[in-house]
Design a protein around this ligand. Structure first.
Ligand code: GLC
Length: 473
Protein backbone atom coordinates (compact mmCIF):
# COMPACT_ATOMS: atom_id res chain seq x y z
CA UNK A 1 0.00 0.00 0.00
CA UNK A 2 1.28 3.50 -0.74
CA UNK A 3 0.62 5.73 2.26
CA UNK A 4 1.18 9.48 2.56
CA UNK A 5 1.42 11.14 5.96
CA UNK A 6 0.99 14.90 5.85
CA UNK A 7 1.85 16.83 8.97
CA UNK A 8 3.29 20.05 10.39
CA UNK A 9 5.90 18.17 12.46
CA UNK A 10 8.08 15.09 12.21
CA UNK A 11 10.85 14.04 14.59
CA UNK A 12 13.79 14.60 14.24
CA UNK A 13 13.24 17.11 11.45
CA UNK A 14 10.96 19.53 13.28
CA UNK A 15 9.48 18.95 16.72
CA UNK A 16 7.26 21.00 19.00
CA UNK A 17 5.38 18.20 20.72
CA UNK A 18 4.21 14.61 20.57
CA UNK A 19 2.82 15.00 17.05
CA UNK A 20 6.42 14.98 15.81
CA UNK A 21 7.24 11.78 17.68
CA UNK A 22 4.24 9.98 16.22
CA UNK A 23 4.85 11.15 12.64
CA UNK A 24 8.52 10.23 13.02
CA UNK A 25 7.72 6.70 14.18
CA UNK A 26 4.44 5.30 12.83
CA UNK A 27 5.57 5.64 9.16
CA UNK A 28 8.82 3.84 9.94
CA UNK A 29 6.94 0.84 11.28
CA UNK A 30 4.45 0.89 8.41
CA UNK A 31 7.41 0.86 6.06
CA UNK A 32 8.91 -2.07 7.93
CA UNK A 33 5.58 -3.87 7.57
CA UNK A 34 6.09 -3.72 3.80
CA UNK A 35 4.28 -0.54 2.76
CA UNK A 36 5.59 2.40 0.74
CA UNK A 37 5.35 5.28 3.16
CA UNK A 38 6.05 8.93 2.47
CA UNK A 39 5.99 11.75 5.00
CA UNK A 40 5.46 15.33 3.86
CA UNK A 41 6.09 18.35 6.09
CA UNK A 42 6.98 22.01 5.48
CA UNK A 43 10.64 22.92 5.07
CA UNK A 44 11.54 24.95 8.17
CA UNK A 45 14.92 26.43 8.85
CA UNK A 46 16.07 23.53 11.05
CA UNK A 47 19.32 21.77 11.83
CA UNK A 48 18.12 18.63 10.06
CA UNK A 49 17.54 20.59 6.85
CA UNK A 50 21.06 22.01 6.97
CA UNK A 51 22.82 18.78 7.84
CA UNK A 52 21.23 16.46 5.29
CA UNK A 53 21.23 16.12 1.55
CA UNK A 54 18.05 16.72 -0.43
CA UNK A 55 17.16 16.51 -4.10
CA UNK A 56 14.54 18.63 -5.77
CA UNK A 57 11.77 16.40 -7.12
CA UNK A 58 9.15 18.95 -8.12
CA UNK A 59 8.69 22.70 -8.53
CA UNK A 60 5.50 24.68 -8.71
CA UNK A 61 3.60 27.79 -7.67
CA UNK A 62 0.85 28.32 -5.14
CA UNK A 63 -1.60 31.12 -5.56
CA UNK A 64 -3.09 32.38 -2.28
CA UNK A 65 -5.39 35.32 -2.98
CA UNK A 66 -3.12 37.86 -4.60
CA UNK A 67 0.08 36.19 -3.49
CA UNK A 68 2.01 33.84 -5.67
CA UNK A 69 4.60 31.65 -3.96
CA UNK A 70 6.96 29.39 -5.81
CA UNK A 71 7.86 26.15 -4.09
CA UNK A 72 10.09 23.11 -4.40
CA UNK A 73 9.53 19.61 -3.10
CA UNK A 74 12.73 18.30 -1.57
CA UNK A 75 13.36 14.63 -0.90
CA UNK A 76 15.92 13.48 1.65
CA UNK A 77 18.18 11.32 -0.49
CA UNK A 78 19.07 8.45 1.84
CA UNK A 79 15.70 7.64 3.49
CA UNK A 80 17.63 7.61 6.74
CA UNK A 81 14.47 7.98 8.84
CA UNK A 82 13.13 4.65 7.63
CA UNK A 83 10.67 6.19 5.17
CA UNK A 84 10.73 8.71 2.34
CA UNK A 85 10.79 12.23 3.70
CA UNK A 86 9.66 15.16 1.59
CA UNK A 87 9.89 18.82 2.56
CA UNK A 88 7.67 21.41 0.94
CA UNK A 89 10.02 24.34 0.53
CA UNK A 90 8.24 27.70 0.34
CA UNK A 91 11.03 29.98 1.58
CA UNK A 92 8.91 33.13 2.08
CA UNK A 93 6.58 31.26 4.41
CA UNK A 94 8.65 28.57 6.10
CA UNK A 95 12.28 29.54 6.17
CA UNK A 96 11.87 30.51 9.80
CA UNK A 97 13.09 29.07 13.08
CA UNK A 98 9.72 28.20 14.64
CA UNK A 99 7.08 25.82 13.45
CA UNK A 100 4.06 27.84 14.63
CA UNK A 101 3.19 31.16 16.15
CA UNK A 102 3.30 33.58 13.20
CA UNK A 103 0.51 35.98 12.20
CA UNK A 104 0.40 34.38 8.75
CA UNK A 105 0.07 30.78 9.99
CA UNK A 106 -3.19 30.38 8.05
CA UNK A 107 -1.50 31.41 4.79
CA UNK A 108 1.52 29.26 5.62
CA UNK A 109 -0.32 26.02 6.24
CA UNK A 110 -2.86 26.56 3.50
CA UNK A 111 -0.01 27.05 1.01
CA UNK A 112 1.64 23.92 2.38
CA UNK A 113 -1.53 21.89 1.85
CA UNK A 114 -2.07 23.17 -1.69
CA UNK A 115 1.57 22.67 -2.68
CA UNK A 116 1.45 19.12 -1.30
CA UNK A 117 -1.66 18.23 -3.29
CA UNK A 118 -0.27 19.85 -6.47
CA UNK A 119 2.76 17.65 -6.18
CA UNK A 120 0.78 14.49 -5.28
CA UNK A 121 -1.38 15.12 -8.34
CA UNK A 122 1.65 15.57 -10.60
CA UNK A 123 3.05 12.11 -9.75
CA UNK A 124 2.18 9.32 -12.10
CA UNK A 125 0.67 7.20 -9.35
CA UNK A 126 -2.19 8.17 -7.05
CA UNK A 127 -1.55 7.11 -3.42
CA UNK A 128 -3.70 4.42 -1.82
CA UNK A 129 -4.38 6.51 1.26
CA UNK A 130 -3.59 9.98 2.60
CA UNK A 131 -3.27 10.27 6.36
CA UNK A 132 -3.59 13.90 7.53
CA UNK A 133 -2.57 14.98 11.02
CA UNK A 134 -4.28 17.76 13.00
CA UNK A 135 -5.79 21.00 11.74
CA UNK A 136 -2.76 22.11 9.70
CA UNK A 137 -3.73 19.49 7.15
CA UNK A 138 -7.51 19.53 7.75
CA UNK A 139 -8.43 21.19 4.46
CA UNK A 140 -6.80 18.47 2.39
CA UNK A 141 -9.73 16.01 2.57
CA UNK A 142 -12.07 18.84 1.46
CA UNK A 143 -9.87 19.93 -1.43
CA UNK A 144 -9.45 16.34 -2.59
CA UNK A 145 -13.21 15.98 -2.80
CA UNK A 146 -14.34 19.34 -4.11
CA UNK A 147 -11.51 21.45 -5.60
CA UNK A 148 -11.74 21.37 -9.38
CA UNK A 149 -8.06 20.85 -9.93
CA UNK A 150 -7.86 17.81 -7.62
CA UNK A 151 -10.71 15.83 -9.15
CA UNK A 152 -8.28 12.99 -9.87
CA UNK A 153 -7.88 12.56 -6.10
CA UNK A 154 -11.61 12.39 -5.39
CA UNK A 155 -11.61 8.63 -5.02
CA UNK A 156 -8.47 8.54 -2.87
CA UNK A 157 -9.35 7.77 0.75
CA UNK A 158 -8.20 10.31 3.31
CA UNK A 159 -8.07 9.95 7.05
CA UNK A 160 -7.50 12.58 9.68
CA UNK A 161 -5.71 11.74 12.91
CA UNK A 162 -6.48 14.06 15.79
CA UNK A 163 -3.59 14.64 18.15
CA UNK A 164 -5.10 17.71 19.71
CA UNK A 165 -8.65 18.92 19.18
CA UNK A 166 -8.13 22.16 21.11
CA UNK A 167 -6.39 23.80 18.17
CA UNK A 168 -8.65 24.02 15.15
CA UNK A 169 -7.14 26.47 12.62
CA UNK A 170 -10.13 28.80 12.31
CA UNK A 171 -10.20 31.73 9.90
CA UNK A 172 -12.75 34.10 8.40
CA UNK A 173 -14.71 33.62 5.22
CA UNK A 174 -12.91 36.68 3.85
CA UNK A 175 -10.04 34.28 3.17
CA UNK A 176 -12.17 31.68 1.41
CA UNK A 177 -10.73 32.87 -1.92
CA UNK A 178 -7.36 31.49 -0.77
CA UNK A 179 -8.70 28.03 -1.49
CA UNK A 180 -8.33 26.72 -5.02
CA UNK A 181 -11.55 26.93 -7.05
CA UNK A 182 -14.11 24.47 -5.75
CA UNK A 183 -17.72 23.52 -6.24
CA UNK A 184 -19.49 26.32 -4.34
CA UNK A 185 -22.51 24.18 -3.57
CA UNK A 186 -20.31 22.67 -0.86
CA UNK A 187 -19.36 25.95 0.85
CA UNK A 188 -21.35 25.11 3.99
CA UNK A 189 -18.97 22.21 4.70
CA UNK A 190 -16.27 24.77 5.46
CA UNK A 191 -18.35 26.42 8.17
CA UNK A 192 -18.34 25.83 11.90
CA UNK A 193 -19.43 28.62 14.26
CA UNK A 194 -19.38 31.23 11.49
CA UNK A 195 -15.75 30.53 10.59
CA UNK A 196 -13.85 28.27 8.32
CA UNK A 197 -12.65 25.68 10.81
CA UNK A 198 -9.84 23.57 9.33
CA UNK A 199 -10.14 20.76 11.86
CA UNK A 200 -13.94 20.57 11.54
CA UNK A 201 -13.61 20.47 7.74
CA UNK A 202 -11.15 17.59 8.00
CA UNK A 203 -13.45 15.71 10.34
CA UNK A 204 -16.42 16.18 8.02
CA UNK A 205 -14.63 15.24 4.81
CA UNK A 206 -12.11 12.56 5.76
CA UNK A 207 -13.23 9.01 5.13
CA UNK A 208 -12.14 8.06 8.63
CA UNK A 209 -11.25 9.93 11.80
CA UNK A 210 -8.81 8.58 14.34
CA UNK A 211 -7.91 9.94 17.74
CA UNK A 212 -4.66 9.05 19.47
CA UNK A 213 -6.31 7.09 22.28
CA UNK A 214 -9.68 5.32 22.78
CA UNK A 215 -10.53 7.29 25.90
CA UNK A 216 -9.91 10.64 24.19
CA UNK A 217 -12.43 9.61 21.56
CA UNK A 218 -14.99 9.14 24.34
CA UNK A 219 -14.11 12.45 25.97
CA UNK A 220 -14.42 14.60 22.85
CA UNK A 221 -18.04 13.60 22.57
CA UNK A 222 -18.71 15.86 25.55
CA UNK A 223 -15.64 18.11 25.69
CA UNK A 224 -13.96 19.23 22.48
CA UNK A 225 -13.72 23.01 22.44
CA UNK A 226 -17.00 23.46 20.56
CA UNK A 227 -16.76 20.43 18.27
CA UNK A 228 -18.66 17.99 20.53
CA UNK A 229 -21.74 17.62 18.34
CA UNK A 230 -19.57 17.20 15.25
CA UNK A 231 -17.62 14.40 16.90
CA UNK A 232 -20.89 12.75 17.89
CA UNK A 233 -22.12 12.90 14.32
CA UNK A 234 -19.01 11.19 12.90
CA UNK A 235 -18.77 8.47 15.52
CA UNK A 236 -19.59 5.88 12.84
CA UNK A 237 -16.30 6.58 11.03
CA UNK A 238 -14.13 7.25 14.10
CA UNK A 239 -11.69 5.05 15.93
CA UNK A 240 -9.43 5.66 18.93
CA UNK A 241 -5.99 4.14 18.36
CA UNK A 242 -3.57 4.38 21.23
CA UNK A 243 -0.20 5.80 20.15
CA UNK A 244 2.91 3.71 20.41
CA UNK A 245 6.43 4.80 21.16
CA UNK A 246 9.53 4.23 19.10
CA UNK A 247 11.19 1.53 21.17
CA UNK A 248 14.39 1.85 19.15
CA UNK A 249 14.80 5.51 20.07
CA UNK A 250 13.41 5.03 23.58
CA UNK A 251 15.42 2.13 24.90
CA UNK A 252 17.32 2.45 28.20
CA UNK A 253 19.56 -0.43 27.11
CA UNK A 254 20.96 1.45 24.11
CA UNK A 255 20.04 5.11 24.58
CA UNK A 256 23.21 7.10 23.90
CA UNK A 257 21.91 10.13 25.73
CA UNK A 258 22.10 8.38 29.10
CA UNK A 259 24.95 8.37 31.61
CA UNK A 260 24.52 4.61 32.00
CA UNK A 261 22.48 2.12 30.02
CA UNK A 262 20.35 -0.41 31.87
CA UNK A 263 17.61 -2.97 31.52
CA UNK A 264 14.97 -4.41 33.82
CA UNK A 265 17.68 -6.63 35.37
CA UNK A 266 19.91 -3.81 36.60
CA UNK A 267 17.38 -1.02 36.74
CA UNK A 268 18.21 0.05 40.29
CA UNK A 269 21.90 0.61 39.58
CA UNK A 270 21.23 2.03 36.15
CA UNK A 271 18.65 4.53 37.33
CA UNK A 272 20.84 5.58 40.23
CA UNK A 273 23.79 6.38 37.93
CA UNK A 274 21.58 8.53 35.73
CA UNK A 275 20.01 10.19 38.75
CA UNK A 276 23.45 11.09 40.09
CA UNK A 277 24.45 12.75 36.84
CA UNK A 278 21.17 14.63 36.68
CA UNK A 279 21.35 15.74 40.29
CA UNK A 280 24.92 16.96 40.01
CA UNK A 281 23.94 18.95 36.93
CA UNK A 282 21.00 20.58 38.74
CA UNK A 283 22.29 20.89 42.28
CA UNK A 284 19.92 18.27 43.71
CA UNK A 285 20.40 15.43 46.17
CA UNK A 286 20.32 11.93 44.59
CA UNK A 287 19.27 10.27 47.84
CA UNK A 288 15.88 12.01 47.78
CA UNK A 289 12.94 11.00 45.57
CA UNK A 290 13.11 13.05 42.38
CA UNK A 291 9.87 14.32 40.81
CA UNK A 292 10.00 15.72 37.29
CA UNK A 293 7.79 17.34 34.72
CA UNK A 294 8.70 17.45 31.04
CA UNK A 295 6.62 19.38 28.58
CA UNK A 296 4.92 22.53 27.57
CA UNK A 297 4.04 24.87 30.41
CA UNK A 298 0.41 25.51 29.54
CA UNK A 299 -2.88 25.12 31.41
CA UNK A 300 -3.81 22.25 29.08
CA UNK A 301 -0.92 20.26 30.55
CA UNK A 302 -1.64 21.46 34.10
CA UNK A 303 1.48 23.62 33.90
CA UNK A 304 -0.23 26.41 35.85
CA UNK A 305 -0.62 24.04 38.82
CA UNK A 306 3.07 23.21 39.06
CA UNK A 307 4.40 26.25 40.95
CA UNK A 308 1.86 26.03 43.80
CA UNK A 309 1.94 22.23 43.97
CA UNK A 310 5.76 22.28 44.08
CA UNK A 311 5.77 24.89 46.80
CA UNK A 312 3.32 22.98 49.00
CA UNK A 313 5.00 19.61 48.38
CA UNK A 314 8.42 21.03 49.21
CA UNK A 315 7.12 22.71 52.37
CA UNK A 316 5.11 19.68 53.55
CA UNK A 317 8.00 17.34 53.00
CA UNK A 318 10.53 19.56 54.72
CA UNK A 319 13.29 19.15 52.19
CA UNK A 320 12.68 15.40 51.77
CA UNK A 321 12.01 15.60 48.03
CA UNK A 322 13.51 17.11 44.89
CA UNK A 323 11.68 18.55 41.93
CA UNK A 324 13.10 19.22 38.47
CA UNK A 325 11.08 20.80 35.69
CA UNK A 326 11.96 20.90 32.00
CA UNK A 327 9.73 22.96 29.77
CA UNK A 328 8.69 26.29 28.38
CA UNK A 329 5.45 28.02 27.54
CA UNK A 330 3.38 30.54 29.45
CA UNK A 331 5.82 33.29 30.58
CA UNK A 332 4.00 33.71 33.93
CA UNK A 333 4.43 30.04 34.79
CA UNK A 334 8.06 30.24 33.72
CA UNK A 335 8.54 33.24 36.01
CA UNK A 336 6.91 31.57 39.00
CA UNK A 337 9.03 28.45 38.54
CA UNK A 338 12.22 30.46 38.19
CA UNK A 339 11.33 32.25 41.41
CA UNK A 340 10.89 28.92 43.24
CA UNK A 341 14.36 27.97 42.13
CA UNK A 342 15.87 30.73 44.24
CA UNK A 343 13.61 30.02 47.23
CA UNK A 344 14.13 26.25 47.27
CA UNK A 345 17.67 26.17 45.95
CA UNK A 346 19.02 22.63 46.34
CA UNK A 347 15.57 21.05 46.26
CA UNK A 348 14.01 22.55 43.19
CA UNK A 349 15.33 23.36 39.76
CA UNK A 350 13.92 24.30 36.38
CA UNK A 351 15.28 24.30 32.85
CA UNK A 352 13.28 26.70 30.72
CA UNK A 353 13.29 25.45 27.15
CA UNK A 354 13.45 22.04 25.59
CA UNK A 355 16.41 19.74 25.24
CA UNK A 356 15.99 16.25 23.87
CA UNK A 357 19.13 14.91 25.55
CA UNK A 358 18.11 16.25 28.93
CA UNK A 359 14.63 14.78 28.49
CA UNK A 360 16.13 11.32 27.98
CA UNK A 361 18.33 11.73 31.04
CA UNK A 362 15.32 12.79 33.13
CA UNK A 363 13.24 9.79 32.04
CA UNK A 364 16.13 7.60 33.18
CA UNK A 365 17.16 9.48 36.32
CA UNK A 366 13.89 10.71 37.83
CA UNK A 367 11.80 8.55 40.15
CA UNK A 368 8.41 10.01 39.27
CA UNK A 369 7.08 11.97 36.29
CA UNK A 370 4.21 14.39 36.91
CA UNK A 371 1.47 14.70 34.29
CA UNK A 372 -1.43 16.65 35.82
CA UNK A 373 -2.93 17.37 32.36
CA UNK A 374 -6.39 18.87 31.97
CA UNK A 375 -6.43 17.54 28.42
CA UNK A 376 -4.19 14.75 27.14
CA UNK A 377 -5.27 13.17 23.86
CA UNK A 378 -2.70 10.44 24.37
CA UNK A 379 0.45 11.56 26.12
CA UNK A 380 3.75 9.94 25.30
CA UNK A 381 5.75 10.98 28.36
CA UNK A 382 4.04 8.43 30.58
CA UNK A 383 4.98 5.70 28.10
CA UNK A 384 8.59 6.87 27.92
CA UNK A 385 8.65 6.95 31.73
CA UNK A 386 7.28 3.44 32.02
CA UNK A 387 9.88 2.15 29.60
CA UNK A 388 12.66 3.76 31.67
CA UNK A 389 11.31 2.43 34.98
CA UNK A 390 10.09 5.83 36.12
CA UNK A 391 6.68 5.94 37.73
CA UNK A 392 4.13 8.26 36.13
CA UNK A 393 1.82 10.35 38.33
CA UNK A 394 -1.10 11.24 36.12
CA UNK A 395 -4.50 12.80 36.11
CA UNK A 396 -7.00 10.27 34.82
CA UNK A 397 -7.78 11.84 31.45
CA UNK A 398 -7.48 11.00 27.75
CA UNK A 399 -4.73 8.56 26.92
CA UNK A 400 -3.33 8.78 30.45
CA UNK A 401 -6.38 6.86 31.61
CA UNK A 402 -5.77 4.23 28.93
CA UNK A 403 -2.14 3.68 29.88
CA UNK A 404 -1.66 4.25 33.60
CA UNK A 405 -3.36 2.25 36.33
CA UNK A 406 -2.95 3.15 39.96
CA UNK A 407 -0.58 0.94 41.95
CA UNK A 408 -3.41 0.51 44.47
CA UNK A 409 -5.11 -1.52 41.74
CA UNK A 410 -1.91 -3.49 41.00
CA UNK A 411 -1.04 -1.03 38.27
CA UNK A 412 2.02 0.77 36.99
CA UNK A 413 1.61 4.31 38.34
CA UNK A 414 -0.16 6.80 40.53
CA UNK A 415 -3.46 8.36 39.44
CA UNK A 416 -5.62 11.23 40.58
CA UNK A 417 -8.95 12.49 39.31
CA UNK A 418 -8.74 16.27 39.42
CA UNK A 419 -6.32 18.65 37.77
CA UNK A 420 -5.83 20.45 41.08
CA UNK A 421 -2.98 21.42 43.39
CA UNK A 422 -4.55 19.28 46.15
CA UNK A 423 -4.69 16.15 44.00
CA UNK A 424 -1.12 16.58 42.81
CA UNK A 425 0.14 17.06 46.37
CA UNK A 426 -1.80 14.06 47.61
CA UNK A 427 -0.25 11.92 44.86
CA UNK A 428 3.21 13.22 45.67
CA UNK A 429 2.62 12.22 49.28
CA UNK A 430 1.67 8.70 48.20
CA UNK A 431 4.80 8.60 46.06
CA UNK A 432 7.00 9.69 48.96
CA UNK A 433 5.64 6.80 51.05
CA UNK A 434 6.05 4.37 48.19
CA UNK A 435 9.66 5.49 47.72
CA UNK A 436 10.43 4.37 51.26
CA UNK A 437 9.32 0.81 50.44
CA UNK A 438 11.96 -0.14 47.88
CA UNK A 439 10.61 -3.65 47.24
CA UNK A 440 7.22 -2.29 46.32
CA UNK A 441 8.75 0.61 44.37
CA UNK A 442 10.87 -1.72 42.25
CA UNK A 443 7.96 -4.05 41.66
CA UNK A 444 5.96 -1.19 40.15
CA UNK A 445 8.93 0.01 38.12
CA UNK A 446 9.25 -3.48 36.65
CA UNK A 447 5.57 -3.65 35.75
CA UNK A 448 6.08 -0.42 33.81
CA UNK A 449 9.22 -1.61 32.08
CA UNK A 450 7.52 -4.81 30.92
CA UNK A 451 4.59 -3.04 29.24
CA UNK A 452 4.62 -3.23 25.45
CA UNK A 453 3.81 0.11 23.85
CA UNK A 454 5.70 -0.54 20.64
CA UNK A 455 4.44 0.71 17.28
CA UNK A 456 4.54 -2.77 15.76
CA UNK A 457 1.35 -3.56 17.60
CA UNK A 458 -0.34 -0.23 16.93
CA UNK A 459 0.71 -0.08 13.29
CA UNK A 460 -1.70 -2.87 12.39
CA UNK A 461 -4.63 -0.91 13.81
CA UNK A 462 -3.93 1.96 11.39
CA UNK A 463 -3.68 -0.51 8.52
CA UNK A 464 -7.04 -1.97 9.53
CA UNK A 465 -8.62 1.48 9.24
CA UNK A 466 -6.96 2.10 5.86
CA UNK A 467 -8.14 -1.26 4.55
CA UNK A 468 -11.64 -0.62 5.75
CA UNK A 469 -11.92 2.66 3.86
CA UNK A 470 -10.07 1.42 0.78
CA UNK A 471 -12.45 -1.49 0.48
CA UNK A 472 -15.43 0.84 0.65
CA UNK A 473 -14.69 2.18 -2.85
C1 GLC B 1 -0.41 16.00 21.13
C2 GLC B 1 -1.21 15.63 22.37
C3 GLC B 1 -0.59 14.46 23.10
C4 GLC B 1 -0.32 13.32 22.14
C5 GLC B 1 0.53 13.81 20.98
C6 GLC B 1 0.85 12.73 19.96
O1 GLC B 1 0.79 16.60 21.51
O2 GLC B 1 -1.35 16.74 23.24
O3 GLC B 1 -1.46 14.02 24.12
O4 GLC B 1 0.35 12.28 22.80
O5 GLC B 1 -0.12 14.85 20.32
O6 GLC B 1 -0.29 12.14 19.43
Amino acid sequence: MEIFHISAECYPVAKVGGLADVVGALPKYQNKAGHKVRVVIPCYDTKFRKENVFENVYSGNVLIGNFNYSFNVLKETTDKLGFELYLIDIPELFERKDVYGYTDDIERFLSFQIATLDWVLSRNKIPDVINCHDHHTGLIPFMMLYANKYQKLKETPSIITIHNGLYQGQFGFDKMNYLPEFDRSHTSILEWDNCINSLAVGIKCAWAVTTVSPNYLNEINYSANGLESLFNSVRYKSRGILNGIDIEVWNPKTDEMLAKNYSIKDLVKGKQANKEKLCSQFNLDPSKPLFSFIGRLFDEKGGDLLPKASEIALTDNKEAINILILGSGNPNIEKELTHLQSVYNGNFNVFIGYNEELAHLIYAGADFILMPSRVEPCGLNQMYSLRYGTIPIVRRTGGLKDTVIDFGDDGNGICHDQASVEDICYSIQRAVNLYKDKTHLNKIRKIGMSTDHSWERVCQEYLDVYNLIINKI
